[in-house]
Design a protein around this ligand. Structure first.
Ligand code: BDR
Ligand code: CA
Length: 323
């Protein structure tokens, strides 16, 4: 099993990322970051999710509460006031560790071979870990993030939430040399859960499956109200699924940088795919490169096309296997 650290801000779709990771990967620790909600709440939520999954043996480390240079932006319109509204959750029996998330990431990566990092919130902790110990860039196997977009944004026309919240951190990470897999919202919009999926979760019937159903019902409701979409996008779960079964996602290598100054475009992931034929729709980019790279060499694999039925099969199988 791949050894991973999951850095997250649960969050409904972060909870799905946790469910997939805990069962299908070797989770060395969960680190939390202020994002969807305050650090205090997302840390508590991570502990509650592990409680429901019966995996309180996995340590949780709280990280930064907000970006270094700008105030925190949260997303209560999607995740509620607690960051994980909807399901009735047990009070966690476990506590967060005393060690800071950034120290845990650095120490673990420096002392363990082949660790993969997963980030499903703002990149504040990951950037801080790189600043603390730049050697982790060479030590980690790769970093799979949910964030950014090859096409348009969700928080602004140009920017996706996780990158928008802390663009300076994202800039540090994308310019670090770390190998990045980017599941942007151009990809995660293909992962759209509806009432039909909720019914299937209820049919599976395990505690984890009912939890998934409660989460999804709440998230569908808020997504319809706040974003006028037809269902809930389980964004963060895609970044984990890609590691479990790489055949679920088609991707293309490209150079990606982060816009920091644009009046309308701050937090945009500027994706250079000029070497690929076709501009729209983005799935055309799955074709082989048609010419040499025109700009800087690729620093990321950008996810373009999701095998959604395959993703759901993985999720159903995972939920069945809990309990
Ligand atoms: C991202 O924003 C958060 O609200 C979700 O948890 C996900 O990580 C999607 O833009
Ligand atoms: Ca998230």
């Amino acid at each position: 099993m791949k050894k991973v650290i999951l850095d997250c801000d649960p969050g409904h779709d972060d909870a799905f990322a946790m469910m997939l990771a805990v069962q299908n990967l070797d989770v060395l620790g969960i680190t939390t970051i202020g994002g969807n909600c305050t650090l205090e709440n997302v840390t508590k939520n991570a502990l509650k999710v592990l409680e429901v999954l019966g995996r309180t043996d996995i340590p949780v480390f709280a990280g930064h509460s907000c970006p270094t240079t700008v105030p925190l932006v949260t997303a209560p319109q999607f995740h509620g006031e607690t960051g994980l509204d909807g399901p009735v959750l047990p009070e966690p029996t476990a506590k967060a560790q005393d060690q800071h998330a950034v120290d845990f990431i650095v120490e673990t990566v420096m002392n363990t071979d082949d660790v993969t990092l997963i980030a499903t919130g703002p990149l504040t902790n990951i950037a801080a870990a790189i600043n603390r110990e730049p050697k982790i860039v060479e030590r980690v196997k790769e970093l799979s993030i949910m964030g950014g977009s090859v096409t348009y944004g969700n928080w602004t026309p140009a920017a996706e939430f996780n990158i928008y919240v802390d663009p300076e951190a994202a800039y540090r990470v994308f310019n670090s040399g770390m190998h990045i897999k980017m599941s942007g919202i151009n990809l995660t919009r293909q992962c759209c859960l509806t009432a039909e999926h909720v019914a299937k979760f209820r049919e599976i019937g395990t505690k984890a499956a009912h939890f998934a159903a409660d989460l999804t019902e709440f998230f569908i409701d808020t997504t319809i109200k706040s974003a006028s979409l037809s269902g809930a996008n389980m964004h963060d779960a895609c970044a984990v699924a890609w590691l479990i079964d790489p055949s679920l996602i088609k991707a293309a290598d490209m150079h990606i940088d982060i816009e920091l100054k644009g009046e309308l475009t701050r937090g945009m992931t500027v994706c250079d795919y000029r070497h690929l034929r076709g501009v729209e729709p983005a799935v055309d980019l799955c074709r082989e490169p048609q010419m040499d790279f025109r700009g800087e060499a690729p620093n990321a694999e950008a996810a373009l096309e999701l095998d959604f039925p395959g993703f759901m099969d993985l999720l159903y199988k995972t939920l069945k296997n809990y309990n």
